[in-house]
Write a protein that binds this ligand. Sequence first.
Ligand SMILES: Cc1cc2nc3c(=O)[nH]c(=O)nc-3n(C[C@H](O)[C@H](O)[C@H](O)COP(=O)(O)OP(=O)(O)OC[C@H]3O[C@@H](n4cnc5c(N)ncnc54)[C@H](O)[C@@H]3O)c2cc1C
Length: 552
Amino acid sequence: MQQVIDILVSPEEAAKPDLLMKCVAVHLRLDISEISFLKIVKRSVDARSREVRIQLRVLVEVGKGVQGKLIEGDEGIEGDEGIEGDDLGENSVNASARREFRDVSDKKPVLIIGAGPAGLFAALRLIELGLKPVILERGKEVRDRRRDLAALNKEQQVNVDSNYCFGEGGAGTYSDGKLYTRSTKRGDVKKILNVFVEHGASEDILIDAHPHIGTNKLPQLIVNIRETILKAGGEIHFNTRVTDLVVSDDTIHGVVAVKSDGVVAGDVEFRADCVILATGHSARDIFELLERKKIALETKSFAMGVRIEHPQSLIDSIQYHCAERGAYLPAASYSLVQQVKYRGVFSFCMCPGGIIAPCATAPGEIVTNGWSPSKRNNPFANSGIVVAIDLPDLKKYARHGVFAGLRYQQELEHRAFELGGKTLRAPAQRLVDFCDRRLSTDLPKVSYQPGVTSVDLQKVLPLEIGERLQIALKEFGKKMKGYYTNDAVVVGVESRTSSPIRIPRNSETLEHVQVKGLYPCSEGAGYAGGIMSAAMDGQKCAEAIGMKHGKC
Ligand SMILES: Cc1cc2nc3c(=O)[nH]c(=O)nc-3n(C[C@H](O)[C@H](O)[C@H](O)COP(=O)(O)OP(=O)(O)OC[C@H]3O[C@@H](n4cnc5c(N)ncnc54)[C@H](O)[C@@H]3O)c2cc1C
């Protein structure tokens, strides 16, 4: 007989199969020998009381037909990793578990611009629907991309086509790989997670309340997804930056791209009557191209602020109410929000055990974000702390029309660059000093590899952001006792939380409101934020194209 039970156990009991088996037996008032099968189907940390517990939902089989006992979903505790230690080639074992896709090499081509999560999941869905994806990606494949990230971190060189945002897998590849989304209504979350598992992710992501893959594991998953697409007859063109759209009579017929692989020189044209535009929120040249071609764009609200870094041990002790988290609890995270002067101030993309990354996509700007390895074992906890920017804040930029938000964002990034010392060193200040507007005489060690420069960050931030951050950060200190400390560092700037521009599309056909066959997709177009919602929007655009061709 099978049954599902909810059980609260200690972190150690949750991590050790034999101990968990005993707990389940006690809970069901059985002898341990009566349990024939046990599987964790849901797992979350319950830190509400002083003693932190793990909440599990467990599938248990009791009685005859004993096949041997099995527990899944235990990854254990791992050692030290980082970007330079990507697990390339190590998690390709699931290849045999991957679904067989049909051959679409001679089917109708659909162009996808951008190989981020949206582009890759659009490609997989098109293959399922019997259409041939042709992906055009300005950046390099993951292995080559890594060298450009090393140059960014160590030599402060920004390659405009290959960086933390651009390249195979998009901004998702060297991201944190947190796979939670609030937009569960936008698509099938489970299906996306299953695709990741098919391509090498741990099955833990199917059971954890807050699934996470980690920067070291993501690159190989992306390589595996690439293999699936190519094996099914899809095409992926790296080093291929789209520079123009071929549009006539309000209908798209293809795109023009520039190759930078040294093999083909000059422009190349790709023809298709459906084009998915999934270029992400950092592809400013694409927004400018659309504007030049008089293809409608809209201004949208977004959020900007700073990244803050605390010692991970401090966050652990606050969240888990103990001096040390021990061997069995994951690095603790937090999520904070505060209304200040009618505007939301909130934590964004919190990375426990993580690293602050230089995410500039052009020279002369500072952009931060964060990542963490699968083990989340770095000694720092970082998070964006951002202020919602609404259209009234953009009045000063009204002369830029639809680009008002983007220019505001750019100005902040340039100012951070100037005040940080005109290199990729980021401007920074200790937390209490920032709130009291006092220059920090020194800065603690930070994870941001290009380094930090002590500045008065209020000189970098516009008043409407700086003031609200000062108030909110003090309030956060009341919600999390110990958070408001001068051992924490505020690093500028966190500017690319979401796109400041929307590319409007028909809510039913998902085609651009003006150009037939053009499918504005995901984060850059203003329809997603994060890996999961990007992947879901990619699938949705593929399905809309499938409908158009009678494939759904
Ligand atoms: C450091 C970091 C950490 C993050 N951590 C998380 C996290 O933990 N969880 C989470 O959910 N989200 C995270 N994010 C955000 C997440 O990565 C993005 O939301 C997601 O990648 C958006 O997907 P997308 O496909 O819409 O666009 P992108 O991932 O931005 O992909 C767009 C692709 O288009 C390509 N492109 C752009 N212009 C052109 C052109 N002209 N021609 C051809 N190709 C072009 C780019 O090179 C890029 O590969 C993180 C982002 C960063 C930078």
